[in-house]
Design a protein around this ligand. Sequence first.
Ligand code: GLN
Length: 231
Amino acid sequence: PPSPVEGRTFAIATDVTFAPFEFQNSDGQFVGIDMDLIRAIAEDQGFQVDIRPLGFDAALQAVQANQADGVIAGMTITPAREAVFDFSEPYFESGVQMAVLENSSITSYDDLSGQQVAVKNGTEGADFAESIKAQYGFTTRYFADSASMYDEVRTGNSVAVFDDYPVLQYGITQGNGLKTVTEKESPSNYGFAVDKGANPELLAAFDTGLANLRSSGQYDEILGTYIGAAA
Ligand code: GLN
């Protein structure tokens, strides 16, 4: 039987800069693990995607306001979000870690006392920082996008940033001038999401397409393009 998504176009909201999951290449195209995955799944399942790079919290809001059909944005599957979104099967294991400037003398959360740290609106990194800031005596400053958040640390206005470790690792490898000094926090999983109860056929097509990409080896190929076999 023909798939219920066949020939349809879905608006997919995403973050603006969250390399290696979504970012603009030198031609201005949105590429990255999430972008390649959703496009490959769309091709496998016979639907089209209209990619909308809105920013992380704006992407989640767009889906909740039914201005977009789905969101793929390195979005962690959490119990709180599961109350308002339906998630696909997990497609990537991630988690939060802290990064500081390469020449920083900070080696632990204790060293954050009296300092400011940079976080992104609506993220797991921000929630984690909030959960420990009273204990370690630091303040948080919020940004809508990762680029401004990282600039904040490079200029020294904030001494640290909390973000997902594959993103920190990718940036460090690209020479962003940061380093990690603390352990990763507990692992979590990324999922593709739709508004709760909306677009069930899109969610099902994502899961079927993801399973197909995993068995064909295309999933590993996409990951390998951006982070190599070791990740
Ligand atoms: N994984 C994190 C979250 O879901 C951050 C996502 C992002 O910044 N794009 O909150």
